[in-house]
Design a protein around this ligand. Sequence first.
Ligand SMILES: NC(=O)c1ccc[n+]([C@@H]2O[C@H](COP(=O)([O-])OP(=O)(O)OC[C@H]3O[C@@H](n4cnc5c(N)ncnc54)[C@H](OP(=O)(O)O)[C@@H]3O)[C@@H](O)[C@H]2O)c1
Length: 241
Amino acid sequence: MRGKKNGQKKVAVITGGGSGIGLAMARIFAASGYSVVITSRDAKRLQKAAANIPADKKKVAGIPCDVRDPVSVAKLFREVGKHHSTIDVLINNAGVAHSLAPVDQLSIETWKEVIDTNLTGTFLITRAALPLMRAGGTIVNNLSVAALQPFAGMSAYNASKFGALGFTRALREDLRKRGIRVLALLPGATDTEIWSQFWPDAPKEKMISAETVAQAVLHAVSAPANTTIEEIRIGPAAGVL
Ligand SMILES: NC(=O)c1ccc[n+]([C@@H]2O[C@H](COP(=O)([O-])OP(=O)(O)OC[C@H]3O[C@@H](n4cnc5c(N)ncnc54)[C@H](OP(=O)(O)O)[C@@H]3O)[C@@H](O)[C@H]2O)c1
């Protein structure tokens, strides 16, 4: 593990960690020796997920938080700060999609929910985590190929992810001098529950697994401190969409 101090475990905070790609990352980081904090809105599912991750001395904690709500986000990091002096890895992964809808049929409620979660949530979590982050730390923002490629009927999702990529790139410049690396994760179709939000019959057998994405993230985060690594593009070899 990179730059480990006095036998202390490194700490990873993962939003949206109760399911899908977030849960797969929580498992793989815990397995490689990190203390892991996972967070999402559904407290029951979160506790169950945390309890089921094998880790020595139960080094996985589930703390509920709604990333759209600055009060909830502040409470999360107060709680994290009681147990950990430093966050080594922050993974902004919480996200929602929406039913396919052309712009003239997209409701303002859906637009706001998607932008508030995927874009503003990433900002709020990052801003609140930064006081606990030090040189050598890494922030991973889970975006999507939809941060680069437009899809018909997905304007809110596309806008949130294009915006989050802009935020990620600006954040990288902000943090360069502090020695905190910022990684954009750009997965293609991955077999998780998110597809039920807009394409329930999507061909899951053509997708990659959440574990494959998680392995790539752990590998990138573990690269030596003098390595430049800014983007992870990973997806099915053959297209799904
Ligand atoms: N699956 C894919 O093909 C794919 C491809 C590219 C990128 N991604 C991105 O990967 C990330 C994870 O998605 P997934 O595919 O693993 O789907 P998922 O299983 O539905 O995970 C989404 C997670 O985000 C949490 N979440 C949603 N809104 C939240 C909020 N307001 N506050 C806190 N947590 C919230 C959800 O938990 P609660 O509902 O309990 O809050 C859930 O744990 C998303 O950002 C998604 O855009 C997915």
